[in-house]
Design a protein around this ligand. Structure first.
Ligand code: NAG
Ligand code: NAG
Ligand code: NAG
Length: 489
């Protein structure tokens, strides 16, 4: 994102400088003060835009000098052999004065006549069904120039991805986000060897993920979340050696987590939530040494937590294993996750005690262990409860209790029973006389573990200024930045 902002600003400055230079020269020559532009190029620009915004739009009237003194919002130009050409086209309500789309926008062939077009972007333009993307031969005209293709929030765009997208060999960014596209993912995309960002999320793609990532060594972001993809995750995923972010969440992917994931040494985010992965955790997860967020919740993975040597993942800030069918004990290796902020283990089949030393994790600000079969006494200090507040969930562990007599009444964990002998001793004094729910100042704690809301808690926490957590704020900020960047990307 930062890069493209800089590039954009540089371009702006450059354009302005270049333009004023040409303008000055023109004046001194006594020639036309319009930026020199090929007539066919200008006409193609006007006609392409008319297709999208409607016939009322008269470009030659409104913007006689589109690369010069009458710039069009969403259109940028550059000089090629002394002539101005259009390099990027952005359609849709991004700014107040953006080019907004007609009720029935259409792709005309003219856009494909813009020989130097590097970037196209359509935001919230195709709203009503059903418009399909132009067919293969059109895209081939731009195969030498296009670097960035973006369709965002166009629910009226249906049909598949044209196979010719695989021939846009200079493509660095392909973003098809929240449209109505469907069909299977074309295997031709494997030819896009310069691709850095591939985002296909929030469409209706189905079928399996093609096993063809071996030819995309520069890919940094792969996001196919929120589709209906099924079948296994192909082993060639491990060939994406530069990958920083992998989001496969909310699909119907199944089978084993491929051990090749361990080859993704740069990966910082792995989100596979809400799929059908099974067959246990794979040991090689521990080799993803840069990993900061690992979200596997909502998969029938099964097996034991100690399959993975968690201490190797010492950059982890978010580990979400909610509802993954995990058995066995909470492993000691968790105690060495120094940067962990969010640890979600709810709704599994975990047994044994809750390790007291989790309290010593310096950044921990949310811990959910509810809905398991943990046993014994919770030994956390009252300081721990003060720090965590509602972000500690331990309910629905029938044999887990807390020592009511050692803690102040305000520090009791939500819906956890006091330990037996203390209950008898202190019954009248403490336990029954105080409505615990009110003291916690919380409503129904169950809401905390559902859906994606957990990301909000750790983030919100940074503003609380709770003692002893200041040195963690850097990470909170970093994660917040990452999240914001992810959405902007
Ligand atoms: C745009 O306006 C000009 C002058 O007003 C006119 O000559 C031209 O035919 C119009 N173009 C279109 C496509 O309507
Ligand atoms: C825990 O294990 C039992 C028996 O194996 C099973 O019936 C139950 O569904 C499991 N619970 C969860 C939350 O996985
Ligand atoms: C919980 O664990 C105990 C033994 O530790 C076992 O007897 C009981 O059946 C388990 N409950 C569930 C729901 O798995």
């Amino acid at each position: 994102m930062g890069g493209s902002v800089c590039a954009f600003l540089t371009l702006m400055v450059l354009c302005t400088t270049l333009h004023s230079t040409t303008a000055d020269e023109s004046y001194s020559d006594g020639a036309s003060d319009e930026a020199p532009m090929d007539r066919a190029e200008k006409e193609a620009l006007y006609s392409a835009i008319r297709g999208f915004v409607g016939d009322w739009w008269n470009g030659s009237d409104l913007y006689p000098d589109p690369c010069g003194w009458t710039p069009i919002q969403g259109v940028t130009c550059d000089l090629f052999d002394g002539q101005w050409s259009v390099t990027s086209l952005s359609i849709g309500p991004v700014h107040d004065n953006s080019l907004n789309c007609a009720e029935k926008p259409i792709f005309t062939p003219y856009m494909f006549h813009l020989k130097h077009l590097r970037s196209i972007s359509f935001f919230s333009c195709f709203l009503k069904p059903a418009q399909t993307l132009p067919s293969d031969s059109y895209w081939d005209e731009l195969s030498g120039s296009l670097e960035s293709v973006e369709f965002r929030s166009n629910p009226g765009l249906t049909g598949g991805i044209p196979a010719s997208f695989g021939r846009l060999l200079n493509l660095r960014s392909l973003v098809i986000l929240e449209n109505g596209l469907n069909g299977v993912l074309p295997t031709s995309l494997r030819s896009l060897s310069s691709l850095k960002r591939l985002v296909l999320s929030g469409n209706r793609f189905r079928g399996s993920i093609p096993d063809s990532f071996d030819a995309m060594p520069e890919l940094l972001i792969l996001d196919v979340s929120g589709n209906s993809l099924s079948g296994p995750l192909p082993p060639s995923i491990g060939d994406l050696i530069s990958l920083l972010k992998l989001d496969l969440s909310n699909n119907m992917l199944q089978g084993k987590l491929p051990s090749e994931l361990g080859k993704l040494k740069s990966l910082t985010l792995l989100d596979m939530r809400n799929n059908k992965f099974s067959c246990g955790l794979t040991e090689s997860l521990q080799e993803m040494e840069s990993l900061e967020e690992l979200v596997l919740s909502g998969n029938p993975i099964g097996g034991k937590l100690d399959t993975v040597e968690w201490q190797n993942l010492n950059s982890l800030t978010v580990l979400d294993l909610t509802g993954t069918g995990m058995r066995g004990e909470i492993p000691k290796t968790f105690l060495r996750l120094d940067k962990i902020r969010f640890l979600g283990l709810s709704n599994n089949n975990l047994t044994g005690n809750l390790p007291q030393k989790l309290e010593a994790l310096p950044c921990l600000s949310a811990l959910y262990i509810n809905g398991n079969n943990l046993t014994g006494k919770i030994k956390f200090s009252s300081e721990f409860y003060r720090r965590m507040g509602r972000r500690f969930g331990a309910w629905d562990n029938p044999s887990l209790c807390y020592p009511a007599d050692e803690l102040g009444p305000t520090n009791s964990p939500y819906r956890v029973s006091p330990c037996r002998h203390e209950e008898e001793e202190k019954k009248e004094m403490l336990v029954d006389s105080i409505p615990r729910r009110k003291l916690l100042g919380s409503g129904d704690g169950d809401g905390d573990v559902r859906g994606d809301s957990h990301f909000l808690h750790p983030l919100g926490f940074s503003t609380n200024g709770v003692d002893g957590l200041h040195h963690c704020n850097f990470w909170v900020d970093m994660v917040m930045l990452t999240l914001v960047m992810n959405y902007m990307l």
